[in-house]
Ligand binder design. Structure first.
Ligand code: ZN
Length: 245
């Protein structure tokens, strides 16, 4: 099976369209969450994910937009955008977002938004140290796809050992998975990359080849920024798209 991985879409329909075009031909789609929040197109993004039957888990922004989690921990920009997204969503799409599962276990991998220890809050995997808890929760599973940090990178641990390696894939690349290792993999953010590369991020997991490809796709950032201005979304969120930070 070849899985297209699309995380942290964040209501950016232009980036999502570009990524889906690049991933055409995969057998199935999976998303580690944050379909909505930050961007201008929550309905378009929910509808696209539903139409491609993407297996999606809930992200912290999805949970706030669906009013399942309080926005008290959000900065004012994220909160303003979450409220805008909530107002915009149709009842069907609000229902879709609110009913997403917290995690999903497949035969050969697990899907979760932030970490397996604390799936939905402000616990970020951004260093070998912070990956440790998630490796423990994986038990014998060898592969976990996460989102949340908006950084394309992989954490690698030899089974039964404590040392963790961190590899950045901010410029794309391919990782071959080895049998006696465990992996936590973030393919980066479709709609709001933060690793200094402004291209929409996505990935392909090939379960037969045992590989993960990290991909960046250019998209029309100015068009998204124009829609964000029309929607009166915060300038900070508009500007960061062109820097990928
Ligand atoms: Zn996110």
């Amino acid at each position: 099976m070849r899985y297209g991985i699309i995380s942290d879409i964040h209501s950016n329909a232009t980036a999502l369209e570009a990524v889906l075009d690049r991933l055409k031909g995969v057998d199935a789609y999976i998303s580690p969450g944050d379909v909505v929040g930050y961007g201008p197109d929550p309905n378009e993004c929910c509808s696209m994910l539903r139409s491609i039957d993407c297996t999606t888990v809930i992200g912290n922004h999805d949970a706030v937009v669906a009013d399942l989690v309080d926005s008290v921990w959000f900065n004012p920009y994220a909160r303003a955008a979450a409220f805008y997204n909530r107002e915009q969503l149709s009842p069907e799409n609000l229902d879709f977002v609110g009913k997403l599962p917290v995690s999903k276990t497949f035969d050969d991998f697990i899907l979760v938004h932030a970490t397996l220890k604390i799936p939905l809050t402000f616990h970020y995997i951004h260093s070998p140290n912070t990956a440790g808890d998630c490796f423990e929760q994986m038990e014998t599973a060898s592969l976990c796809f996460v989102g949340h940090t908006h950084l394309a990178e992989a954490y690698i641990q030899r089974k039964g050992e404590k040392e963790v390696d961190q590899l950045s894939f901010r410029s794309g690349g391919k990782l071959m998975l080895k049998d006696d290792f465990q992996y936590i993999i973030n393919c980066g953010s479709v709609g709001q990359p933060r690793d200094g590369n402004k291209g929409a991020a996505c990935g392909i997991y090939d379960s037969e080849e045992r590989s993960v490809e990290f991909i960046r796709v250019p998209y029309d950032i100015a068009a998204v920024q124009a829609r964000m201005r029309d929607a009166d979304l915060p300038d900070y969120l508009i500007e960061r798209l062109e820097h990928g930070e």
